[in-house]
Design a protein around this ligand. Structure first.
Ligand code: CP
Length: 306
């Protein structure tokens, strides 16, 4: 089975069949991660470059582990210490790296569309590891894998994404992916952190957590981007926590347990209380484990389809 595209640039327009193929393949790779020797040969002889122009802990390590577990040769690039600081363009950096005979590029960049641009100037398969405020497709895939594992299906599942929707690539990719898979998606956050016309993406919008909590199976809580406070988009962390912080007291009012998700990194006791992050209904570390399986799946499907 093959994916419809040579690249994974986002989940907008990706079919239900392709998402199911990625998630089903990830389940097989999760079994590999449970073995004493967590390594399989399908990408032997392939070279993958991780181009990280923006900070990352989870995504960078997860991609590198996934690549090594598939037996690929791995090269890591960080913008600091490279010729980017001498003014080299993304196109020149990418084409020079490609001249060293690489097969795949994983890119994280602060500019929206950087992976799309790269896919037009190099022959290698391109995987988006997060571009600006646009998309973070492997994060949404690992979120969907985690929910599918827990509930058996995404069809009809009620998921609310909470927090800074305006600046969140995680929110956008989750909305595209979950809607395609038939989930009921809502978003909740301050009006200043809500994109205009968000309803056009097929989601319901709430400005009060208390109104949506009784009606969801899962809350995907986004990191509050602390730098936004300086721009006056919310008055204080204390006030944000009071109205939009997901706390035990608030979720305990729901008629049944709510699954707690967070893409990380967490600001504990700001957007999510520490007891919930570490509590029995949290799947946050399962998301991280599934991230490795999902990235193995994406790299395998793209790397073996050429
Ligand atoms: N969830 C996520 O993308 O985390 P990192 O920024 O640490 O990669």
């Amino acid at each position: 089975m093959k994916l419809q595209s040579r690249h994974l640039l986002g989940l907008e327009g990706v079919s239900k069949e392709d998402i199911n193929l990625i998630l089903d393949t990830a389940e097989s790779f999760k079994e590999v991660l449970g073995r004493p020797i967590k390594k399989v040969p399908p990408l032997q002889g392939k070279t993958i470059v991780n181009l990280f122009f923006e900070n990352s802990t989870r995504t960078r390590i997860s991609f590198e582990l996934a690549e090594r577990r598939l037996s690929a040769d791995v090269v890591n690039f960080a913008a600091g210490g490279s010729s980017v600081s001498k003014g080299e363009t993304l196109k020149d950096t990418a084409r020079n790296i490609e001249a060293m005979k690489i097969d795949m590029v994983v890119i994280r960049h602060s500019s929206t569309g950087a992976p799309h641009f790269l896919s037009r100037v190099v022959q290698a398969n391109v995987v988006n590891a997060g571009d600006g405020q646009h998309e973070h497709p492997t994060q949404a895939l690992l979120d969907m894998m985690t929910l599918r594992e827990k509930y058996g299906t995404l069809e009809g599942l009620r998921v609310c994404i909470v927090g800074d929707i305006l600046h969140s690539r995680v929110a956008r990719s989750n909305i595209f992916g979950l809607k395609t898979m038939g989930a009921e998606v809502s978003v909740c956050g301050p009006e200043t952190l809500m994109p205009r016309c968000i309803e056009e993406m097929g989601v319901k919008v709430y400005n009060k957590l208390e109104e949506i909590i009784p009606h969801v199976d899962a809350l995907n809580v986004l990191r509050i981007q602390l730098e936004r406070q300086k721009n006056g988009l919310f008055p204080s962390l204390r006030e944000y926590h009071r109205y939009f912080g997901v706390t035990k007291e608030k979720v305990d009012r729901a008629p049944k347990p709510i699954t707690i998700m967070h893409p990380g990194p967490i600001n504990r006791d700001v957007e999510l209380s520490a007891d919930l992050a570490d509590g029995e209904h949290s799947v946050i570390l399962e998301q991280v484990t599934n991230g490795e399986a999902v990235r193995m799946s994406v790299l395998y499907l793209l790397g073996t389809s050429n």
